[in-house]
Design a protein around this ligand. Sequence first.
Ligand SMILES: *Cc1c(COP(=O)(O)O)cnc(C)c1O
Length: 747
Amino acid sequence: MSTKPTAQHCHLTGLLHILEYPRVSRGNMPGEQGERKMKTVAYFCAEFGINESLPFYAGGLGILAGDHVKAANDLGLPLVGVSLLYRQGYFQQHISPDGNQVALCPKYNPEDLPLEPVLNDLGEPVLVEVALANRVITVMAWCARVGTVPVYFLDADIKENQPADRRLTDHLYPGEPAVRLKQEILLGIGGVRLLRKLGFEPDAWHLNEGHVAFLILERIREYSAQGIPFHAALEAVRASTVFTTHTPVSAGHDSYCFALLDHYLGDYFWQLGASREEILALGQVGSQFNLTRLAYRVSFKVNGVSKLHADVTRQLFHHWTPDLPWQEIAVESVTNGIHTQTWLAPEMKELYDRTLLPSWEAQISSAATWEPVRAISDGEFWETHQRVKACLLERLSLPGHLAQVLVVGFARRFATYKRATLLLHDLERLDRLVNHPAHPVCLIFAGKAHPSDGLGQEFLRRVIEVSRMDRFRERIFFVENYNMSNSKPLVQGVDLWLNTPIKPMEACGTSGQKAAVNGVINCSVLDGWWDEGYNGANGWAIPSAVGSSQAEQDLMERESLYSLLENEIAPLYYRHGETALPHEWIEKMKESICSLAPVFNTNRMVVEYWEKLYRPAAARGLQFTENNCVLARCVADYKQFIRKNWHQVQFEAVECSGEQVQSSIRLGPVWHKDVLVELVGQNNLGGIWRERLEHSGLNPAGVHIYRGKLPGDLEKTPQADIRIRIVPISPNFVSEFEMELATWSRL
Ligand SMILES: *Cc1c(COP(=O)(O)O)cnc(C)c1O
């Protein structure tokens, strides 16, 4: 192996900083007095899928959170997770004899789960109180230790609460808005209070999805209680807060009418040192209080979970700040990964242990680590995959003869945009595909539909109905109650992993990444992570069609998928040489592992979070809060001054001769060095170009003159589409768009 520095070596520099961090001590709960102050990243998420025995997740978001904390532990990153303990978890799915989903909600006793109650020095539960409407809810916490990383689950089902309040945290993602809001208040506000009671002083706060955004308000309240004015507190909180958004559709973002907030938080607002209106404005979208808006507004950095998703998010958030081109909305991307050791089949791990370098798990993000996979003999490689496949068939009670058949897996939440039924629309063609005499195909489906998602349940009913038809009985299967226990054998043991989202609604998707590391080949629409992962040789891309209607798009994409399966995928799978091995298929499996495993894992992801978000947020948080928040106060005062006077920033005239541009601008009391004046246009690639105009004097009438030149290569931007923009700037801003203010003029 070469010794020249690899990406992994570069990452190690980052890791050294991580290791310099004081570690959370193992198995020793800090006392309630919180003597020891720990420096930590606080990671809040409404769901965590840590392992099979902790049923507090609904799908990808929770699994990602679980994998995130496992990677943080591997890397020695001092992270602490915070969530809610749902006494009835998500639901268990049962399929009734007539083919409908029945949601069962067994009650869990936390004492039977791998959790420890969080106790104080006297051995009593540490309790945290949160006021909701006119009463106080008390919560205790349970801790799951993921190595050195504690994850705390708040639990309202304790004797201190009234019977109705004890049911508040029963269900994950309750359909009723008031219950959901109450849960989110408990999690955001109660979570911060718990961390404080345990002595944590996080220096970066990560909001994993908008559900947890109320933690922002509680942190503002903390500063307010120390006498820091509201606007300064807001800047202080913002400096150390980062937000990951996961939902590319507005309807998926929790938002509540103001009356509901007034009802539950009316008595809390005044404790933040601001008026009700100022607080509601933080999350205001129309007449609703939107948690994603709150999180976006009060975060130092915001990221989407794939490159494509970051773009989609910019467009989605654009309607909040129509004055800024969507391309300039500040959303970064950190593409999701998976915790490889969690999802890797034991047989494959054993193969890697034998054939990769002994340190492969520590060097998982280096492409070189995986290269030896190509040299594994096809016989040994295929035999290992077949053992994993046999294991899947046995564990899910599927017919053993499927071992010789191309098995395709489709398992995920039955959210309708994922289109589980895409292949089921043309039953004749499906019949020909799955019952092909020379290359038959078997489809295995699994997934839960949210109990309040009627259409999702309809999709599920259809899958089950088709799977029960005589001609599909031995070819199409539905596996009940998709969860971590059966998702593992599925992603490990099928031959092909299928994903058919409506682009661009799959923010990232991670199940295909789990499949990839096991040598299972992906076939997917180029959405989410697959848009980055697909390289032409490591799987298949279902061509996306932009139809005039959804039905038309579905039709075209389904036709492409049928053809791909019939003409390329199945024939390749059954193309055996004289050795009885599908060499070309195996080559693709190896290419898939080598190209995807080093990238789409949580080690790479958490290091990226560390470098792009956590470390900068921690540094900025410190900078803003030092010396009694002097910088936060300064930035807040500056912003208030600008906001108050911005209406005086106006264009007086714009003149253009040849490529010379001159603009006369009134700034009122705003200093000319506090604004940036630019020409702005769209380039022909859909991006934005900007060209600065320089301040070149002040005329006697108090008008500032700015001069500049049109860029030379402008054929593609019609002059009518070029505009001049003034934005407020400051060396203390993250970007020129931090205040969401801009004044525009045409050329
Ligand atoms: C990985 C996983 C998911 C996420 O799957 P996607 O295809 O990314 O939506 C959901 N549920 C379970 C049980 C998983 O293991």
